[in-house]
Design a protein around this ligand. Structure first.
Ligand code: C5P
Length: 405
């Protein structure tokens, strides 16, 4: 998603001491290739993992690491003051703790404290350190302050172990960082401190171990909402049902397959959410029986009947137990072509589901699903139109979030 911003940015890439520091070289290179001016601020530990000449060649600037160099030009605050964006990748547990406490015992700590630019932090550490309550509390503090947290990914770590703690891929870090700075330029981080639950994608209802009943939802609109909410400072959980695209690295992802799994995940996460956006296309029906083994045509003959039973309405079950102040947004995809009739369907659905806002869009063989753009009408619980939005799924996402910001 490497969007090109109109003017080159002054970007500080903070590098701290971890094996993943080698991946920071690709982050620096990507920003430079996009035409931005990159100042690397490395901790002493980072320079044990990656060489100063490499970083200077890639950034085309001197690498800063010593708090007591450039004192005459007050470098310890000048770098932060000049920055449009600060990206710390990799961020160790130690650096995250220092950032959370506002400690400035090295050049990077001073740079962050002296800056008003958006800060993007990409943690990398062993799973135990990441899951440690101290680290989790520090990350929550940074998020609440509006810092964008990218990742970490789950996968092979430096030793034989694997789990959450891997630095996100450089492309994902760069995309999240540029999204953070472009949004901040236009919008305040109005969702900082809010917990947003988003469902996206389409459920699959098993027929047998190899087949399912599904739908054409790609998950693009829900993912765009999750990404935009995170960029606006929210702590986002994304319940992801069979996405066709990668989930953002700035959110907590809960993968699910079927409507029942989505229901379990949604009901577990809902009580803690300030805002719930049900963008997923949940199957209305599932096969009554799921065959244990693959259904064989040799045994079935020319006809096969699959009996379907209704799935629970997850959205309705959430609105019935909503917590005080919680805002619940539902979606409705309709094939109705007449705009007035479409609106009536939206009003009836908003009433039936008990949503605060119902986002309705027209779908057809060619509209709505795998496309990059969307066009929606949003109605309130009383059936009033509050908004019509059209454009990229990212801009529609931001329009929807404007209702709760
Ligand atoms: O009734 P319909 O399927 O059009 O409603 C769509 C909205 O309801 C979406 O927000 C979808 O996520 C949600 N839904 C649900 N549980 C179902 C079916 C739909 O939560 N079983």
């Amino acid at each position: 998603m490497n969007q090109r911003l109109s003017a080159p940015l002054s970007i500080v890439v903070g590098i701290t001491g971890g094996i993943a520091a080698f991946k920071a070289v690709s982050v620096v290179r990507a920003f430079v290739r996009e035409g931005h001016n990159v100042q690397v601020v490395a901790t002493d530990a980072a320079l044990r993992f990656v060489g100063r000449p490499t970083l200077e060649a890639m950034s085309r600037n001197v690498v800063h690491s010593d708090l007591y160099e450039g004192v005459a030009e007050v470098r310890h605050v000048a770098i932060g003051q000049a920055a449009d964006l600060i990206v710390i990748a990799p961020a160790t547990a130690n650096t995250i703790a220092k950032l959370a406490a506002g400690i400035a015992d090295d050049l990077l700590g001073n740079t962050v404290l002296a800056s008003t630019a958006p800060v993007v932090v990409a943690p990398a550490m062993h799973t135990e350190m990441w899951l440690n309550p101290a680290t989790q509390a520090n990350v929550a503090t940074l998020r609440a302050r509006g810092v964008t947290i990218v990742g970490p990914d789950s996968g092979q770590l430096t030793g034989d172990d694997s789990g959450p703690g891997r630095l996100s891929e450089p492309d994902a870090i760069v995309a999240a960082a540029l999204a953070a700075v472009s949004l901040t330029a236009k919008r305040p981080r109005d969702l900082a401190g809010k917990r947003v639950l988003v469902t996206a994608g389409g459920t699959r209802e098993a027929i047998d171990p190899v087949r399912f009943i599904g739908n054409r939802s790609s998950g693009r609109q829900g993912v765009a909402i999750a990404l935009a909410a995170a960029a606006r400072g929210a702590d986002v959980t994304l319940i992801a049902a069979n996405l066709e695209i990668a989930a953002p690295a700035t959110v907590t992802v809960v993968p699910v397959t079927s409507a029942f799994e989505l229901q379990d995940a949604a009901q577990a996460a809902a009580p803690d959410a300030d805002v719930i956006v049900m963008a997923a296309a949940v199957a209305d029906y599932r096969p009554r029986l799921v065959a244990d083994a693959k259904i064989k045509k040799e045994q079935q003959g020319d006809e096969l009947t699959i009996e379907l039973v209704k799935n629970p309405d997850i959205l309705k079950s959430l609105t019935e137990v909503r917590t005080p102040g919680q805002i619940i947004i539902g979606f409705g995809a309709e094939t109705e072509t007449d705009p007035d009739a479409l609106l009536e369907l939206a009003r009836a659905k908003a009433k039936r589901k008990g949503t605060d806002f119902l986002v309705v869009n027209r779908v057809s063989w060619s509209e709505g699903f795998a496309t990059e753009d969307n066009e929606v009408v949003i109605v309130t619980d009383t059936g009033d139109i509050v908004m019509k939005a059209a454009g990229s799924k990212a801009s529609v996402a931001n329009s929807i979030l404007d209702l709760v910001g």
